[in-house]
Design a protein. Structure first.
Length: 486
């Protein structure tokens, strides 16, 4: 389907009929999250990573060239405006899509509590976007943030029309706009509230809208899985009228195996409820995870992919579930409020994440590897070049903290190997992949992980090291969910 991510497919066999190998199944969402914002095109589902070079596999190389030509054509045909002001770009299918949502807004009975209004607004908008994402259709314009801003504007226009007419539906449109509002639309809402007041009417929620804020004096909590790259971040939020009394807890499920990615978010009645659900979705490595206080620096770093303007706000991977799309307006709004509350608590001199420790880790590993091999200095030189390539795709460029750098989950190992094969010349990759088992063992020496989990990771590293780049292989259909268990 055009609007979905490029589906993995079988590579055609040449007449020589070489032995086929099978790539491990890896979540598209998590793997492709390594694509930096400069690689992603607004309005287009995320493509498979092209990386820093053409693949040595002839079929893959031809595929990359076709993707490059298509991307050039897209850039020539459409330039997406950087800001959403007058004259910004919209897509032809948006108007009809927005009208479908507004029809549902008209037919809905609306609650009065803001948290319920937010949830209902997100559901009405998210379900429509999910339908567009899941069905054959435009393939472009799939930018959640832009689509939502235009939807809010459409709702405001509908509200104005109703205020000038029979005045029966404007409260529904007002509530809907409050549920979707972001920082950019707050001024518009205040202006509309003056218009409503001019008609002798009172909007609900009132103005200024009682936006939920982090509960004063409460800790932000974090849990992480045994490997160290999957996080649950939770904070209590309160009505500004009762800043010390939590109204609800908001949680973000964050996957930092390849790069920062929000895989789920939502409001909960308690931190324990959020933790129990996260453990179930994250899988066995999170079974014993416990919540603890999260330092402000780590809060800010973990929230980065959830903030407005993030990669996930401006593009889609293509396999997001409806539950995730329903939360996009709220997860960004809550993240912005929480990040702002953390700023005064940050140290005056922020720590430099892995600025020196990464180089130190490389040297320590090379010393360890050379000693293990019992070989002369030439072995170290060869390993240094291979390690440099391996670390180019070993998780995010700037991990949330040092522990996340050493995280060696099977997911990260498989994703790293997959990206290497699809992004670099085979000769280079085939020198780097054999180093994976040793690198995994060395990372294991830096973390406290039970033997079973460590062995699973080592088995994954051995399996990936055995799959050579440049060989003909069949890529299996990926059925891993967006909110991927380890």
């Amino acid at each position: 389907m055009l609007v979905l991510l490029e589906r993995q497919h079988a590579v055609a066999e040449p007449t020589a009929q070489p032995v086929q190998r099978y790539r491990p199944v890896i979540s598209r969402a998590a793997t492709l999250s390594a694509v930096a914002s400069r690689k992603r095109k607004p309005g287009k589902p995320a493509k498979r990573r092209q990386g820093k070079g053409l693949s040595g596999n002839p079929q893959r190389r031809a595929e990359q060239l076709r993707e490059r030509d298509a991307a050039d054509l897209l850039r020539q045909q459409s330039r997406w405006a950087a800001s959403f002001g007058p004259g910004r770009r919209t897509w032809p299918w948006w108007a009809e899509s927005h009208e479908r949502v507004l029809a549902r807004v008209r037919a809905t009975e609306w609650p009065t509590r803001l948290v319920d209004i937010e949830a209902l607004s997100g559901r009405l908008a998210g379900d429509e976007f999910y339908e567009r994402l899941s069905a054959p259709g435009p393939g472009t314009g799939l930018t959640p943030a832009g689509w939502l801003r235009a939807l809010t504007e459409a709702a405001i226009k509908a509200m104005r029309a109703d205020l000038g007419g029979h005045r029966e539906e404007w409260p529904k449109f007002w509530a809907f706009c409050c549920g979707l509002a972001d920082e950019e639309s707050l001024d518009d809402l205040e202006a509309e509230a003056e218009v409503i007041a001019g008609h002798g009417l009172t909007p609900v929620p009132g103005v200024p809208v009682s936006w939920y804020q982090p509960t004063a004096g409460a800790d932000v909590l974090v849990a992480r899985d045994a490997y160290g790259a999957r996080f649950l971040l939770i904070a209590p939020f309160s009505d500004p009228g009762q800043p010390a009394d939590p109204d609800h807890w908001y949680a973000w499920d964050l996957d930092w195996c390849v790069d920062g990615l929000v895989v789920a978010a939502g409001a909960y009645g308690s931190a324990a409820e959020a933790l129990a659900e996260w453990r179930a979705f994250a899988g066995p490595p999170a079974a014993n995870a416990e919540l603890g206080s999260c330092p402000p620096e780590l809060v800010i770093r973990l929230l980065d992919p959830a903030l407005a303007g993030s990669l996930q706000g401006e593009s889609v991977f293509g396999d997001e579930p409806a539950e995730f799309l329903r939360e996009i307006p709220r997860l960004s709004r809550r993240a912005g409020a929480l990040a702002a509350s953390m700023n005064p608590l940050l140290p005056k001199k922020p720590s430099s994440l892995l600025a020196d420790s990464r180089d130190s880790a490389v040297e320590d590993f090379l010393d360890w590897y050379t000693e293990q091999a019992g070989q002369p200095a030439e072995v170290r030189d060869e390993a240094e070049g291979a390690l440099e390539l391996l670390l180019a795709e070993w998780g995010p460029d700037v991990p949330p903290d040092e522990r996340a750098f050493y995280a060696y989950s099977p997911h990260r190992i498989e994703a790293c190997a997959s990206i290497l094969r699809d992004s670099y010349e085979p000769d280079w990759v085939n020198e780097a992949l054999p180093l994976l088992p040793d690198w995994t063992r060395w990372c294991a020496s830096k973390t406290a992980l039970d033997a079973e989990a460590a062995e699973r990771a080592l088995a994954a590293a051995r399996a990936e090291a055995a799959i050579l780049a440049g060989e003909t292989y069949t890529i299996t259909e990926d059925e891993a969910p967006f909110r991927r268990p380890e």
